[in-house]
Each structure stands twice: as structure tokens, then as C-alpha cells.
Design a protein. Structure first.
Length: 437
């Protein structure tokens, strides 16, 4: 049993006992009350699921096992010469609750490199797809094609004890995460570089190898990928992609089927596709204004024009956050060090100084601040990744770490099939009538 699997087993064994005792002693306590506007409003804010790997505070933003993004950038291991932490360290933290050592992270990089070989059949499937198909659709199809190698699916069909579910889920999660950079970079080079593919370099860490296979070997871009993969990895369990993976996984679907479901959620315009829409919106503004260096006054007028047409400003607002997204600020910090003179980056910063005041003055927006999507595209474009419809695929590669780490915990906890109770509007009306009489 490898070092991470052994440590994970020791961690969940203690947690399972704690949870059993907690439920036995306090299981009847009421932790939340559901309002009718929450029932109709997408279950917004209802506390109804367990998610161990991260937690989201409206003011402070995301914390991974209690650590803020700023703390992660300081505490997680880096390789020699890098300025950003390795996402391998974040995965270790999410799985175990412990900050890994340099040796732990080096082992995990090597382990993912060992597991990274993609079956030829997956490439055959991808080669059969037209470049006109959105990269996120291709990415989801590729994940489903990888499912033929699912250890969980094979072992479940053969028959196994529930106590072993976590271990085979761990194997699937490790294999899947290891292969996603190869799969996604293959889609990128197939679609945008006439299938001029670049072989992986197993001597590189996970993010640097991804950058290499994309064809971007600038050391600063490798660092950007390390930061990008770290900050996009998780955002508590209530977001659409995470919740979907959890829901599909609760049926005992394997890691690949569960992740594919989550990626179809991430592909939605109200979720991960927003990073593509941010850049499309900026380009529309540049064309409309006739300059790549618009003033704040010009930006403000364009924002008002956008809103007057009933269109949201992409990249602004969040279901939970009520302050600037720390993931946005981390990217802004990176850009200030590496590309502060870039026109598109400066547009992003000027939009940041313009939009919140306008949205706040409307009185209807609870969170007028930027989220992670508001900044990522401009930096990616600076380093030559100009294909906006690929951005969400990169988001998906990162998000897989958080949702699959939690799926291992779900299996270890023996989480049941998720099955909330629905109501009809007539039942709601009857409830209101009986409650007011």
C-alpha cells in the first residue's frame, strides 16, 4: 500500500469513528431551516451535505483544510526555482488534512507520472471527433472513454466488500488525475495545432508537464499552471460541478462516470464556462470602443450598456462570496509580477475598479465583486493560450483533484445514495395555507 493511501486509511478510520459517535449523540439536532424561497431558488444556502476537502466563507473565501490561498502559496512545497506551490501538495492536503513534505510531493509527482499512460483507444475516440465540437464536450467524452480502465467498476462487477470501496476509488482517482493533462493537451493540440502533439516528459511535475504538452515551456507559464491548478481545485461541495460529482458518485458510479457528470455541469455558462465568456466580453468591448486601452470612463459606459441589454457582466458575482474572490487576487498578484504592462490584463484591472461600484449602486446585487473567472483568461492569453473555448477544460483538469479527493472520502464514509424529497407547488400552497390559518 503506497504512502498516501496508507495515510488516508489511517485518517478516515479515525474520522469514521468520530462521525458515528457524533451522529449517535447529536443526530436529532436541527442544524438548518429551509425557507420557501430556497426551495424555489436552487436550494441556495441549504446546509445539507458533507464536504471535507474545502470550506467557503462569504467574507474570507475558500479554505482548503483550514488554509487560505495565501497560506497555501506560502506553506505548500515548491520545486527548486518555482515561485508557486505544486498542486500535488494540495491534493495531499485535501486527502489527509496534513501539509506534505517536499519528499511527499516529489513522490506524488512521480506516482502520477507512473500512472499517466492513456489507452490508445481514448485517442482514437478523440481523433474521430470534429474540431467544431466544443473542447469541453470532447473532454467529457474522453473521460468517459477512460472509464474502460475503472478499477472500481471491474472490482464491483466481480464482487467486493463495502469496506474495500474506498481503496479502489483511490486507485481510480489517482489514475484519472494522472491522465487528465495528457488527455486535455491532446484535445488542445488536435483542435488548434493540426494534431501536432507533444510527448509527455515524465521528469516534470504534473503542472509543468501539462504546460509542456500544451507547447508552452516558458518557466513563468509553468508557474502559472501550478498556481492555476491549485486555486481552481475545489470550492466546497455546493458548487454545481462538485455537487454533481458527489451526487453521481452516491449511486456507486465510478470516478470516471462521476467526474464526467461534474464536467457537464462545469461547462455551463453560469459555472466554469464563465472564464470563456469573460474574454469574449472583453473582446466585444475592445471592438465596440475601438481601443485595447480604454479608459475607466469608457469601461463604465460599456458596462452600463451591457447591463441595460439585460446581460450580466461575466466574471462578477458569486452565489456565496460577498467580497473579492481570493483566487482573483492571487492571479492579480501573479500578473503584477509577470505581465503588468499587458493591455488585456490592465483592462481586467480597470474593470475590477469600475464594475463593483456600478453593480453595488443597483441595490440588487449581493456580491458585486469579481470571481476567479474574471482574471484567468487574460493571463492565459498573455502566455499564448488564446483559444477561449479551451479555458474551461483547464479548469476541469484542476477541479478533478478536489472532487475526486472528496469522492474517496465519500466511499470511506460509506455515504448513502443522495435522495432529497421534492415538493409540488400545490403542496407548497397547501403548506402556506395551513400555516397561516
Amino acid at each position: 500500500m503506497d504512502r498516501l493511501k496508507q495515510l488516508f486509511k489511517s485518517k478516515y478510520s479515525v474520522s469514521v469513528d468520530e462521525i458515528k459517535a457524533l451522529v449517535k449523540e447529536s443526530g436529532s439536532m436541527v442544524i438548518d431551516q429551509v425557507q420557501i424561497d430556497q426551495v424555489y431558488g436552487g436550494m441556495r444556502g441549504i446546509q445539507s451535505m458533507i464536504w471535507e476537502t474545502s470550506s467557503l466563507d462569504a467574507k474570507e473565501g475558500i479554505r482548503f483544510r483550514g488554509y487560505s490561498i495565501a497560506e497555501l502559496r506560502e506553506k505548500l512545497p515548491q520545486i527548486h526555482g518555482a515561485t508557486e506551490p505544486l498542486p500535488e501538495g494540495l491534493f495531499w492536503l485535501m486527502m489527509t488534512g496534513e501539509i506534505p513534505t517536499d519528499d511527499d510531493v516529489a513522490w506524488l509527482s512521480q506516482e502520477w507520472a507512473r500512472r499517466a499512460e492513456v489507452p490508445a483507444s481514448v485517442f482514437t475516440v478523440l481523433d474521430s471527433l470534429s474540431p467544431s465540437i466544443h473542447p469541453m464536450t470532447q473532454f467529457t467524452i474522453a473521460i468517459l472513454a477512460l472509464q474502460t480502465d475503472s478499477v472500481f467498476a471491474r472490482r464491483y462487477e466481480q464482487g467486493m466488500s463495502k469496506s474495500d470501496y474506498w481503496e479502489v476509488m483511490y486507485e481510480d482517482a489517482m489514475n484519472c488525475i494522472a491522465r487528465l493533462p495528457r488527455v486535455s493537451s491532446y484535445i488542445y493540440r488536435k483542435n488548434f495545432y493540426n494534431s501536432d502533439h507533444i510527448a509527455p516528459d515524465p521528469s516534470l511535475d504534473w503542472s509543468a508537464n501539462f504546460a509542456h504538452m500544451l507547447g508552452k515551456d516558458d518557466p513563468a507559464f509553468r508557474d502559472l499552471m501550478r498556481l492555476y491548478m491549485t486555486i481552481h481545485a475545489d470550492h466546497e461541495g455546493g458548487n454545481a460541478s462538485a455537487h454533481t460529482v458527489h451526487l453521481v458518485g452516491s449511486t456507486l458510479s465510478d470516478a470516471y462516470l462521476s467526474l464526467a457528470g461534474g464536467m457537464t455541469a462545469l461547462a455551463g455558462p453560469l459555472h466554469g464556462l464563465a472564464n470563456q465568456e469573460v474574454m469574449d466580453w472583453i473582446y466585444d468591448m475592445v471592438e465596440d470602443l475601438g481601443t485595447r486601452r480604454p479608459s475607466k470612463e469608457q469601461i463604465a459606459e460599456y458596462v452600463k450598456k451591457t447591463l441595460s441589454q439585460g446581460i450580466v457582466v461575466p466574471g462578477y458575482g458569486h452565489a456565496v462570496l460577498r467580497s473579492p474572490d481570493p483566487r482573483f487576487l492571487a492571479q492579480k498578484d501573479f500578473a503584477e509580477k509577470h505581465c503588468k504592462e499587458d493591455d488585456l490584463v490592465n483592462i481586467v484591472w480597470n474593470v475590477f475598479e469600475t464594475v463593483p461600484e456600478i453593480l453595488g449602486s443597483m441595490g440588487k446585487i449581493k456580491n458585486p465583486w469579481p470571481n476567479v473567472d474574471a482574471h484567468s483568461g487574460a493571463i492565459l492569453e498573455y502566455y499564448g493560450v488564446k483559444e477561449h473555448n479551451f479555458y474551461t477544460v483547464m479548469f476541469g483538469v484542476s477541479r478533478a483533484m478536489g472532487v475526486l479527493a472528496q469522492l474517496c472520502w465519500d466511499r470511506a464514509y460509506g455515504m448513502p445514495l443522495e435522495r432529497p424529497k421534492s415538493l409540488t407547488t400545490e403542496e407548497i400552497k397547501l403548506f402556506i395555507k395551513n400555516s397561516t390559518n
